[in-house]
Design a protein around this ligand. Structure first.
Ligand code: COA
Length: 326
């Protein structure tokens, strides 16, 4: 018995920020951003919107897609790098917004790998028999933790949300999952202040410590390496080969990361889902949004073997190998 995805949904705010808009804010250019990242546009939520708002919309769509009602959900796992608050869990706020009154709810913090960590955890609860229907949500309003004066980071990120419902399936489902972490690289990508290490005060605000800080080059090299390693490992452990894989849906951080890793793997580029040009890096929401789009476009068919790959702050990484059951 395996856990499989029985419903998917995604939700993106309407407002689009182009590279030309960013040219007016920082010393950058449309050409530089496209050449170095592949990103042309990203979405931005309105000021009154937080992660749980986007997550709740995606959640409702995924529950409807699964032909379920919110009361049928037994557990909600939410992943976000831009949660509503330190506590309570964004999952609890989503639970209330969608009226999933029978669901337990908790958050997972694994930054851009959050969706993979959450999906892997959900699959375990299903296989273990504790829960029947689990909602997994990746939602981000990164625009509120992005330093709009820092050209190294503000060109990269976007807002959005994606969600899936997992349940027991008779056929297919999640075949294998791997997760990894290296806390030694925890300072390479972080939001330094606002927690107990650097509580919020006038100084942290003045020094702009409540925004994302990143060592771009180191993170880039790490991402290419774990992308390749993760793919090989998740396939090998399932006794499959790269030739058996129909589609790879990676975290959408930078086109050069994806291209470099795919080249190392010698995997056909047309079997890799890339939508970062439109949305930038939506951290925990990137993978479920790309999964939803690929499915709606007919790129994923029943029986396809697909790989989801995430990597990000922590440092963390992970992959799910899925025998598509829908
Ligand atoms: N516009 C114009 N120039 C910029 C710029 C921007 N938006 N951002 C950085 N630059 C400049 C730098 O200041 C630097 O100038 P200098 O040589 O005068 O110091 C130059 O471009 C090259 O910087 P570098 O950091 O070497 O560029 P890069 O090719 O590595 O690209 C990133 C920078 C951030 C795009 C790239 O490192 C990256 O994508 N890293 C991974 C980020 C990521 O995906 N993080 C999330 C993982 S989940």
């Amino acid at each position: 018995m395996k856990a499989g995805i029985i419903g998917i949904g995604s939700y993106l705010p309407d407002k689009v920020i182009s590279n030309y808009d960013l040219e007016k804010k920082v010393d950058t250019s449309n050409e530089w951003i496209i050449e170095r990242t592949g990103i042309s546009y990203r979405r931005k939520a309105n000021d009154n919107i937080c992660s749980s708002d986007l997550g709740a919309e995606a959640a409702k769509l995924s529950i409807k897609d699964a032909n379920l009602e919110p009361e049928d959900i037994d557990l909600i796992i939410s992943a976000s790098s831009s949660p509503d608050r330190i506590f309570p869990a964004t999952a609890c706020i989503i639970q209330n917004k969608i009226r999933a009154k029978n669901a337990a709810a908790f958050d997972i913090q694994a930054a851009c790998t959050g969706f993979i960590y959450a999906l892997t955890t959900a699959a375990q609860f299903i296989v273990g028999g504790q829960y029947k229907n689990i909602l997994v949500v990746g939602s981000e309003v990164l625009s509120k933790v992005t330093d709009w004066e820092d050209r190294n980071t503000c060109v990269l990120f976007g807002d959005g949300a994606g969600a899936v419902v997992l349940s027991k399936v008779k056929w297919g489902g999640v075949i294998n999952s791997i997760l990894g972490a290296d806390g030694n690289g925890s300072e390479l990508l972080e939001l330094p202040a606002g927690g107990t290490k650097e509580p919020a005060d006038f100084d942290t605000v003045k020094k702009r410590r409540h925004y994302i800080k990143m060592s771009g080059n180191e993170v880039f090299k790490f991402a290419v390496k774990v992308f390749e390693d993760c793919t090989r490992k998740v396939i090998k452990e399932a006794d499959l080969s790269l030739n058996d894989i129909d589609l790879i849906i990676p975290h959408q951080a930078n086109i050069r990361i994806i291209d470099a890793a795919i080249k190392r793997l010698k995997f056909p580029r047309d079997r890799v889902v890339v939508n970062l040009s439109n949305y930038g890096n939506m951290s925990s929401a990137s993978i479920p949004v790309a999964l939803d789009e690929a499915f709606r476009m007919g790129r994923i068919k029943k029986g396809h073997k697909i790989i989801l790959i995430g990597f990000g702050a922590g440092l963390t990484w992970g992959a799910n190998l899925i025998d598509w059951n829908l």
